[in-house]
Every structure is written in structure tokens, then in C-alpha cells.
Design a protein around this ligand. Structure first.
Ligand code: ARG
Length: 493
């Protein structure tokens, strides 16, 4: 019943298209908005409180936006991307506890600095490390791309670079590393929230924080400096600081560290509550899951279309010698896409190709993963076409069918059936690969788990929950592919 199969496919295609259109139609930033980028794993300067990013930086920029009649949009991304985001015009300002350095000044302009901060060393209570001199040869953790990272790299040795400070501290607590070099204020927060670690007295270096603005936006810079000066003069700055730090610069409102020993089950139940129930944190997983599905589904469709076209061009060229130019272009496409990692492609598409246009990030991700997957799908389909016995083509042609017709009605249906398992595999890979979306500040499933982790300082349950969700989706996907294979097999008879 090929008719029924086609109808099924039509329905599937329509569903995909609808998903794609919702992604494209996502509301774009209008005028009058101020886009701030940050890395919200840095209390008390930026961190999540429920759904909201709060903290000294966030509150400060919120106030600046308010006073200048702008609507603030905060985007959370990895720290090593925030300056690039400003530089390429993806965001207006980066406020992320950014230390003023000469190297960074070459890339962007800094506002007047608003606080002085230190890099400090965190160690376990019992560690025999008294100061920087004892660090050599130890395992030192830092947050990737920070001044702590730079300091350790150029003055001590290669550090272990973590995506955020909390992960580095978690590794310290569990004994995987011996020290963490971190900014003093978040270090205080971590020490207050974790048992068994302390900050060594004395600072490695003293620094100043400022916000980063593109060199092409002197008017914006002037606006920030002016408003910041006003906020300092009228006491607003002080008020903002007092929301998070006491007069000694120690964090306010930190949950007391548990000291009574609890049973395993009780601890698990509490951890479950904190990670998923409290503040409705489960919503990060659900929303992230929807984003992941949306991106994967649309990218699969796009990859199929691209892959199919490329495979047909390449096979036609192999078999008939036609389409030389097209074949050459396809060859370049395959080489470039398969020769570079998908994260790098994603970042290039986001920062370079769509650098100066304002497009939805979901769309960027769909394009990146669709284009990437297309290359693999192309080779899968081509191998399917080549595996069909060459006698089939000869038979078709000798019956008087044209090359195109033989391809369409004899070769491709057989090829498609043969490559279904490989295609299914490609979809699974694609789904999991979308987990790097967090690099461009998209809140997919993995990032959802990361946000929970950054709020609860607990790595175990959020990671397990994320892993389980992917697993369930993959299992369902495999089942679906199996069904499709079976139904095609039945059609054969
Ligand atoms: N002050 C350091 C730097 O500029 C670390 C900042 C990290 N900020 C963050 N939001 N994670 O390199």
C-alpha cells in the first residue's frame, strides 16, 4: 500500500514543517530593548533565582535599563562567549563580573569599573597548602576563560578548566582536584554552601570589574557611565550591594550547611525535592526538552532534504558523469562539514554568518544541525544507492525508462529501505549532539540541567535526570524506526 505510506510521510512532514515555522516565527527583539549577556553561575553577581537571573550585575543593568527607558533582556551563556557576543553585536552589554584587562580592552570598551575584587585560592580544610607557593604540581581548577584561568596558566601551570566555578568547587569537595582559583565573592558563596573547604588568606591578584560594550557604540558607553555615576551618587549602588552582601562583604541568606548525618534515602528525597520540586525547577527540564525536540526534529527534516539532494547529485555524477560543477560543490560541502566539529560550526553560524542579523537562536541551531546532518545523511543515502545491484538500473533502462525515472521508481525505494537503520542511527546522534546548544545561550535539555545544577550546587540528580530524558527519547525513536522498517517490509510483498 504505497499510498498509505506516502500519506503517513506527508503527515510527518507537515508536522515537521509546522515545528519549523514556529521556530522561525519566534518573536524577534524589537527596538527599545537592551540585551545583556552574562554567565549566570557567579553569585552574588549573577545567578538564578527561580526563573530570573538576579545578582549585583543583573540588578545594576536592570536599573540602568529602567532609567533609560529600555526593556532589559538577559541572556545566559558560557563565560568565554560573553565578550565575543558584545563584539559581534549579538548583545549590547556584557555584565558578568568581568575583570578589566589590557587584552580585553583591545576587543571591547569597558565602562567605569564598579568594584574591586581578588582572585583567591580555595582548598579542602585538611590540605597542607598554605599559599600560592605550595600550588605548583597540584591539581588546580579554574573557570575556563577567566582571569583566574589566565593567572594560573601564566604563573603556575596548566590548570584544569571547568565550565563554571561551581563544577570546579564540586571537584574540589570530592577530592578530584586540590585547589580552585576563583574570584573572591563567589568563592565566599561556595565556601558558605559546602562543608570542608576554606579560602586561603591573602589574594593572588587584585582586579576591577567593569561592563563590556562594543567599540562601535560610544553613545551606549556614555549612557552607561552617566547612569552608573548617578546611581553611585544617589545611593542606588549601595542598595543593590546590600541586597546580596553584608557590610563585611560576606554573602547574605546562604542556607546553613547541614551538619547532622542523614540516611541515604532521606538525603536522596531531599535532593530530589531541592533539584526538581522546589521553585518548580522541573520546568527547566521540561522547557529544555521541548527546545531540544524542536531543534532536533526540524534539523532532521532539513538534513534529510539536503542529504537526499546531495546524494542524488553525487550518484548521478558517478553513474553518468553529468553535473560536474554541482558534484564539485557537494564534495566541498561534505569535506568542510564532516571535517569540522559541530560545536565549532554552530558558533561560526551564530557569531559569523548570522553575526550582524538578528535571528532566533532556535533557527540558528536548526540551520547548524540541519546542515551538519545533511552531510552524513548524504553519504548514508549514497551508500544505499550504490548498494542496489547495477543490474537494476540496466533493467530499467532496457525497459525504456529514462535515468531519472529508473532512479525514482526502482533504485531510490530500494536504497531508502536499505539505509533506514543507518538513518535512524544518524537521527539519534543528531538528537544527542544538540546538547551543545548551550554554547549559544539556548536553553535546551542539557542547559536546563546545568541551570538547576548552578542553583542547587548538586551535580548528581540534575545530570542523571538529563541523561534519563535523552535515553527515553532515543529508545522511543528507535522503536519508531523499527516500526517504519517493518511497515516497509510488509509493503514489499
Ligand atoms: N573576573 C573573572 C574574569 O573576568 C571571572 C568572571 C567570571 N564571571 C562569570 N559570570 N562567570 O575573568
Amino acid at each position: 500500500m504505497p499510498g498509505i505510506v506516502y500519506k503517513k510521510w506527508l503527515v510527518v512532514m507537515l508536522a515537521f514543517t509546522a515545528l519549523f515555522l514556529t521556530a522561525c516565527g519566534e518573536k524577534q527583539e524589537e527596538r527599545g530593548k537592551l540585551i545583556m549577556v552574562t554567565n549566570a553561575t557567579f553569585p552574588p553577581y549573577e545567578f538564578y533565582q527561580g526563573d530570573r537571573i538576579v545578582g549585583i550585575d543583573a540588578d545594576m543593568v536592570r536599573e540602568i535599563a529602567l532609567r533609560n527607558n529600555l526593556e532589559l533582556v538577559i541572556e545566559d551563556m558560557s563565560f568565554d562567549s560573553v565578550i565575543a557576543a558584545v563584539q559581534t553585536g549579538k548583545a549590547d552589554v556584557a555584565a558578568s563580573g568581568i575583570t578589566v584587562t589590557e587584552d580585553r580592552k583591545k576587543q571591547i570598551d569597558f565602562t567605569t569599573s564598579y568594584v574591586q575584587a581578588d582572585q583567591v585560592i580555595i582548598v579542602r580544610d585538611e590540605a597542607a597548602i598554605a599559599g600560592p607557593a605550595d600550588l605548583k604540581g597540584r591539581r588546580i581548577g579554574v573557570q575556563h576563560g577567566t582571569t583566574g584561568d589566565m593567572y594560573v596558566t601564566s604563573n603556575i601551570q596548566e590548570p584544569e578548566r571547568f565550565q563554571d566555578g561551581a563544577l570546579a568547587v564540586a571537584s574540589l569537595v570530592t577530592g578530584k582536584i586540590d585547589a580552585v582559583v576563583l574570584d573572591s565573592a563567589p568563592a565566599e558563596e561556595h565556601v558558605a554552601r559546602n562543608k570542608g573547604i576554606r579560602i586561603l588568606p591573602g589574594a593572588l591578584v587584585s582586579e576591577e570589574y567593569a561592563m563590556a560594550i562594543s567599540k562601535n557604540r560610544p553613545e551606549l558607553l556614555a549612557m552607561f557611565n552617566k547612569t552608573m555615576a548617578e546611581m553611585k551618587a544617589d545611593g542606588t549602588m549601595k542598595t543593590i550591594w546590600a541586597r546580596y552582601l553584608d557590610e563585611h562583604g560576606k554573602p547574605l541568606a546562604v542556607p546553613a550547611v547541614e551538619s547532622v548525618e542523614k540516611g541515604l534515602w532521606q538525603r536522596m528525597a531531599e535532593s530530589f525535592d531541592v533539584n526538581f520540586v522546589k521553585d518548580n525547577r522541573w520546568r527547566y527540564l521540561v522547557n529544555g526538552f521541548l527546545v531540544t525536540i524542536q531543534i532536533s526534529a526540524c534539523a532532521v527534516l532539513m538534513g534529510l532534504v539536503i542529504g537526499f539532494l546531495v546524494a542524488v547529485v553525487r550518484s548521478a555524477h558517478d553513474q553518468t558523469g553529468r553535473y560536474k560543477v554541482l558534484n564539485f560543490l557537494c564534495h566541498i560541502y561534505l569535506t568542510v562539514v564532516r571535517g569540522t566539529p559541530v560545536v565549532v560550526q554552530l558558533l561560526i553560524i551564530y557569531f559569523v554568518i548570522f553575526g550582524s542579523v538578528d535571528v532566533s537562536k532556535v533557527l540558528v541551531a536548526i540551520v547548524a544541525f540541519g546542515v551538519n546532518s545533511g552531510a552524513y545523511v548524504a553519504e548514508i543515502i549514497r551508500s544505499g544507492i550504490m548498494a542496489v545491484d547495477s543490474g537494476q538500473m540496466e533493467a530499467g533502462r532496457s525497459l525504456g525508462l529514462s535515468y531519472g525515472t529508473t532512479m525514482r521508481s526502482v533504485i531510490l525505494p530500494q536504497a531508502f529501505k536499505n539505509v533506514l537503520p543507518a538513518l535512524g542511527n544518524e537521527f539519534i546522534v543528531l538528537l544527542k549532539e544538540t546538547s551543545v546548544c548551550g554554547y549559544i545561550a539556548l536553553q535546551d535539555l542539557t542547559k536546563g540541567g546545568d541551570i538547576i545544577r548552578s542553583q542547587t550546587y548538586d551535580a548528581f540528580l540534575p545530570l542523571i535526570a538529563v541523561a534519563l530524558t535523552y535515553l527515553v527519547v532515543v529508545v522511543c525513536l528507535s522503536q519508531l524506526m523499527k516500526k517504519l522498517e517493518n511497515s516497509l517490509k510488509k509493503n514489499e510483498r
